[in-house]
Design a protein around this ligand. Structure first.
Ligand code: ATP
Ligand code: MG
Length: 374
């Protein structure tokens, strides 16, 4: 067990890293963040910020020498970086697990191999001819194998011509995924400690807009789906020998859950846990990293989350005072500089004791923000 006041390392300096720092501080730990951006919001909250690229060997040695264990806030940290750090300090999740999650081809092959249902797909290379089976997947979504997020690096394609154009435009390995008629989207965030204990937050339901998460309901309150999702997620954790926080994104299609993708970290849809749960997803991340006991059950209150994207600033700063006047509303602003369209600037969570009141407050909040009703 790594006990406070030990120093922990965090690779990545966005809002997820920042909440990790806050959770670690609350428990009495110190945190060193490594992120190349001098304006990193997690770096600003941490005890120390190493400003360096993720493959800077000197910086990595410095990080390892200053902390007792290391985690990451995003899956695009080079797996070689994690492997190098692993030789010096515990890294959770391990390089081998992050490697699978950072490439859609590997991730889907792993899931298929573990008998977990995924959307029908094909791996494609821009320099190779498109195989005949591709037409069976249309209409489809072409996704870059690596580095996509918030719907970036994705093309909707309805015919082979559009596919050829999109694949050439991508210029990188991709997966072509059948476009499914989704009956709903869900996510489950869970943690496993080095000792093998597992703790899960409740299943949440997600609504996306333009490929970006718009709203989340926690808990989803669908017991049958929740136990199906937990079964799948625990199977994944076992197959990857996973330690740390993992989020599994699900599609509901014809009443069954398919796995969309894996995030080897806390997740935007887990943010309600900051306000509605006895243990947040970031505290779970700290506990799993340090091998502290994990809670057996995490009690939650009903909560609805609305993401605040940079688009909301187009006509000036949103009316925080009016929003904060709504009972049960929790405002989270990440402290980022420029509110660009599509950039996650913050979120709000509405908590309460019953869904009708909560839904009404959420409707009012959306109206105050100028967002269309959900
Ligand atoms: P994020 O980082 O926000 O999770 P991402 O860029 O990794 O996003 P995906 O999760 O693959 O992208 O897709 C984003 C959203 O696009 C999904 O949540 C879903 O709403 C929609 N989508 C993706 N794949 C499909 C599909 N095969 N069929 C229908 N809708 C899809
Ligand atoms: Mg996704």
């Amino acid at each position: 067990m790594i006990l406070p006041p030990a120093t922990l390392g965090m690779l990545g300096g966005g809002q997820l890293g920042r909440y990790f720092v806050m959770a670690a501080h609350r428990l009495g730990y110190k945190v060193v963040v490594l992120d190349p951006d001098p304006a990193s919001i997690a770096g600003a909250a941490a005890d120390h910020h190493i400003v360096a690229p993720y493959d800077d060997q000197t910086a990595l040695h410095k990080l390892a020498s200053r902390c007792e264990a290391i985690s990451c806030e995003f899956e695009n940290v080079p797996a070689a970086t994690l492997a190098l750090l692993e030789k010096q300090k515990p890294v959770r999740p391990a390089a081998s697990a992050v490697r699978v999650c950072q490439d859609r081809r590997e991730e889907k092959a792993f899931l298929r191999g573990a008998d977990i249902p995924v959307a029908p797909y094909l791996a494609l290379l821009p320099e190779e001819p498109i195989p005949a089976q591709a037409s069976e997947l249309l209409p489809a979504i072409l996704k870059t194998a690596r580095e996509g997020y918030d719907g970036k690096g994705q093309w909707q394609v309805s015919n082979l011509d559009e596919l050829a154009t999109a694949l050439a435009a991508s210029g990188v390995p991709c997966v072509l995924e059948q476009r499914l008629a989704l009956e709903g989207e869900f996510a489950l965030t869970l943690a496993r400690s080095p000792s093998g204990a597992i703790s899960a937050l409740p299943l949440v339901q997600n609504w996306h807009s333009g490929g970006i998460l718009d709203q989340t309901r926690s808990p989803a309150n669908v017991p049958a789906l929740e136990s199906e999702a937990k079964g799948i997620a625990e199977h994944i954790i076992a197959a990857l020998d996973y330690v740390g926080v993992l989020t599994v994104e699900f599609f509901l299609v014809e009443g069954k859950l398919l796995v969309n993708e894996l995030a080897p970290r806390p997740h935007n849809s887990g943010h309600p846990s900051l306000d509605n749960a006895a243990c947040s997803q970031f505290e779970l991340q700290v506990r799993a990293l340090c091998d502290l006991p994990l809670p057996e059950q995490i009690a939650v209150r009903p909560a609805l989350l609305i993401n605040l994207l940079g688009d909301l600033w187009q006509n000036g700063t949103p009316d925080w005072a009016a929003l904060l006047a709504l009972p049960g509303l929790h405002l989270h602003l990440y402290g980022k500089g420029e509110p660009r369209p599509g950039r996650k600037m913050g979120h709000i969570t509405v908590t309460g004791d019953d869904w009708p009141t909560e839904e009404e407050r959420c409707r009012q909040a959306r109206q105050l923000l100028g967002l269309p009703p959900r």
